[in-house]
Design a binder for this molecule. Structure first.
Ligand code: S3P
Length: 175
């Protein structure tokens, strides 16, 4: 039988944290966000971790954190790159239900340009829309191979209350 962790997956800016909090409230499950937990554990920002220790080290922190998750029912929002390293996608599919919040390149670019969160991979391109879009397009193509292994794929752009309720029913059926 599957575990009861529910993972929200998707590109930076897809709305994983926001949707995760809505699902957690509706299902009355706790909510965890991988970036926040890693920042708490290391007492460093994501920006500092990338600058001081490099991306490879950050990916090993993500892996370690994922493997340390307890068995209790929890909604877990994971950083956009986490599913694409170290067999993490396979691990999440074994441990629970994976939900891919899918958005178009255009929608992601718009959200990322408006976002105040510092994302080291996005910062160099943030001010130049065509360059940002081609970065997202290339990265998403690489990452979709992993994201598309999710149990459920959801249109992240128009997540109305009705669609969210349907998603909650789908999650309940799989618990
Ligand atoms: C990353 C996504 C970020 C954060 C880090 C790297 C990525 O999380 O983990 O900046 O590689 O896609 P969000 O997806 O929550 O922005």
């Amino acid at each position: 039988m599957r575990g009861k962790l529910i993972f929200l997956i998707g590109f930076m800016g897809a709305g994983k944290t926001r949707t995760g909090k809505r699902l957690a409230k509706a299902l009355d499950f706790p909510f965890l966000d991988s970036d926040l937990e890693i920042m708490k554990n290391t007492q460093k920002s994501i920006e500092e971790l990338f600058a001081e220790e490099g991306e490879a080290h950050f990916r090993s922190l993500e892996k370690e954190w994922l493997l340390g998750l307890g068995p209790n029912p929890t909604i877990v929002s994971v950083g956009g790159g986490l599913p694409c390293f170290h067999n993490n996608m396979e691990e999440m599919n074994k441990r629970g239900i994976t939900i891919y919040l899918k958005l178009s390149v255009e929608a992601l670019a718009e959200r990322l340009q408006q976002s105040k969160t510092v994302r080291p991979l996005i910062e160099p391109y943030k001010q130049d829309e065509p360059v940002l879009k081609s970065f997202i397009r290339a990265k998403l193509e690489e990452r979709d191979v992993f994201y598309n292994q999710s149990h459920l794929i959801v249109n992240g752009l128009s997540l109305s209350q009705n669609r969210l309720n349907e998603l909650i029913d789908e999650i309940r059926e799989r618990l």
